[in-house]
Write a protein that binds this ligand. Structure first.
Ligand SMILES: NC(=O)c1ccc[n+]([C@@H]2O[C@H](COP(=O)([O-])OP(=O)(O)OC[C@H]3O[C@@H](n4cnc5c(N)ncnc54)[C@H](OP(=O)(O)O)[C@@H]3O)[C@@H](O)[C@H]2O)c1
Length: 347
C-alpha cells in the first residue's frame, strides 16, 4: 500500500469537488489501486493554508467551507497566512492546484506550481493559466526535479484528452485537431440553432449556471484560446502566445446567420483548431492555431455535439480520425481528471 499525502490549493467548486471525490473513493482506491490517499493541506485566498501532518478530516474541512467558516477553525492544525508560505514550510507528495485561471501572468497558480515542483512535489492542476502560458517551461522544471506536472483537467475537465493523445496514442503522429472546447458557447449556439437569439440564449445559460455574470472569457473565445495553447504545447511541443491564436468569439452571431446555415444542413460551432502546415515558402513547418465560429456539415461528428458537451477530433497518421466526446466542466467531472493525474503520478 502506498500512502499518498496531498496538499490542495484552491478550495472552491473544483477543490471541494475533488476533496469529496477522494473521500468517497478512499476505500475503492485502496482496494483497486493500492493507494491510501490523505489530504494534509488545504488553502483558499481568504483564510490561508491549513496543514496537519497526519491528515485533515475531509468532512470537517468540507463542512467549514460549506458553512463559510474560516478554515483556521480546524482544531490542532498549523496555519500560514497564504498558500505560498504554507507550501514552502510544509511537505506533501502531490500539490493539487485549483486556484482561478489568470491568462495575463498565470498567478497565483504559477508561483504555487513552481514552488511545489522545485521542492520535489508532483503537481496536478485544472488551472489553465500556468499550462497555457508556460507548460513547456514548467514541464522542464518538473523533469529537473524528477517529478511530474500533469494538466489533464485543464482541457475538457475529466474527459481524458491529453492522456489519450500522449499515452493512449503514443507513437502516432498528430498533424491536426479540431474541437468544441467551451461548453458555454456551445450551449448558446445550440439554443440559437433551435430559434433563440443571442441575448435570450446567453440569459438562459446564465440562469442555468453555464455562463458567468461576466461571460467575456467564454463568449469572446479566450477560454478556448487557453485550451488551444495547452494542446499546442503538450501535443505539438509549440509554445504559442495568446495573440498567435486567430480568435473570433460568438457575440456577433445572429439568429438569421445560424438559421441560414441550419437550413443548409450545417451547424455553426465555436471551433478551436490546430494544424501543422508549411509556411509561405514551403521550407518550414508552422502550427496554425484558430478559435472561430465555423459552419460544419452534419457529417462532421462535431456538428452534432449540442449543449454544454465538449468534443475533440484528432487527426493522425495511424488512426486517421479519432473523436473524444464528454463533459468539459463540473466539480466532480474536473475532480475526476485531477484524480486520474494523481494516480498517474504515484504509479
Ligand atoms: N469549474 C469547472 O468546471 C472547471 C473546469 C475545468 C477547469 N477549471 C479550473 O479550475 C480552477 C478552479 O475553478 P473553480 O471553479 O473551483 O473556481 P472557484 O470556485 O472560484 O475557486 C477558486 C478557489 O481558489 C482560491 N484562491 C484564489 N486565490 C488564491 C490564492 N492566492 N491562494 C489560495 N487559494 C486561492 C479561492 O479562495 P476563496 O474561496 O477564499 O475565494 C477559491 O477557494 C480554475 O483555474 C478553473 O479555470 C474549472
Amino acid at each position: 500500500m502506498k500512502n499518498i499525502r496531498l496538499s490542495l490549493v484552491g478550495f472552491g467548486v473544483v477543490g471541494q469537488g475533488f476533496a469529496e471525490l477522494i473521500m468517497t473513493k478512499h476505500d475503492f482506491l485502496k482496494q483497486h489501486y493500492g493507494v491510501d490517499i490523505s489530504l494534509v493541506g488545504v488553502a483558499n485566498s481568504r483564510h490561508g493554508f491549513v496543514y496537519r501532518q497526519d491528515g485533515l478530516d475531509i468532512p470537517t474541512i468540507l463542512r467549514l467551507a460549506t458553512e463559510k467558516e474560516p478554515l483556521t477553525v480546524y482544531p490542532e492544525a498549523t496555519y500560514w497566512d497564504n498558500a505560498l508560505e504554507g507550501l514552502q514550510a510544509s511537505s506533501a507528495d502531490v500539490l493539487v492546484e485549483v486556484t482561478p485561471t489568470n491568462l495575463r501572468d498565470a498567478e497565483p497558480g504559477m508561483s504555487h506550481i513552481r514552488e511545489a515542483l522545485s521542492k520535489g512535489m508532483h503537481v496536478v492542476t485544472a488551472n489553465k493559466g500556468p499550462a497555457a502560458l508556460a507548460a513547456n517551461e514548467l514541464i522542464s522544471l518538473a523533469h529537473r526535479h524528477r517529478v511530474q506536472l500533469r494538466v489533464e483537467s485543464t482541457v475538457m475537465a475529466g474527459t481524458p484528452v491529453i492522456s489519450t493523445i500522449r499515452e493512449g496514442m503514443a507513437g502516432a503522429q498528430v498533424y491536426a485537431m479540431r474541437g468544441i472546447l467551451n461548453g458555454t458557447t456551445n450551449y448558446i449556439l445550440s439554443a440559437m440553432a433551435e430559434g433563440g437569439d443571442y441575448v435570450e440564449a446567453l440569459a438562459d445559460a446564465q440562469s442555468k449556471g453555464y455562463a458567468e455574470t461576466d461571460p467575456t472569457a467564454d463568449v469572446e473565445g479566450y477560454d478556448a484560446v487557453a485550451k488551444t495553447l495547452i494542446l499546442a504545447a503538450l501535443v505539438f511541443g509549440y509554445t504559442l502566445k495568446p495573440e498567435q491564436v486567430v480568435r473570433k468569439g460568438i457575440t456577433a452571431m445572429t439568429r438569421e446567420q445560424i438559421q441560414t446555415v441550419h437550413d443548409q444542413d450545417k451547424r455553426i460551432k465555436l471551433i478551436a483548431s490546430l494544424r501543422m502546415m508549411s509556411d509561405g515558402d514551403g521550407k518550414n513547418t508552422i502550427l496554425e492555431a484558430r478559435v472561430e465560429p465555423t459552419a460544419l456539415p452534419l457529417t462532421d461528428p462535431l456538428a452534432r455535439i449540442d449543449g454544454v458537451t465538449n468534443a475533440l477530433t484528432i487527426h493522425s497518421d495511424t488512426l486517421h480520425e479519432v473523436t473524444i466526446i464528454g463533459p468539459g466542466a463540473g466539480s466532480i467531472q474536473t475532480g475526476q481528471g485531477l484524480l486520474a493525474d494523481v494516480l498517474a503520478c504515484v504509479q
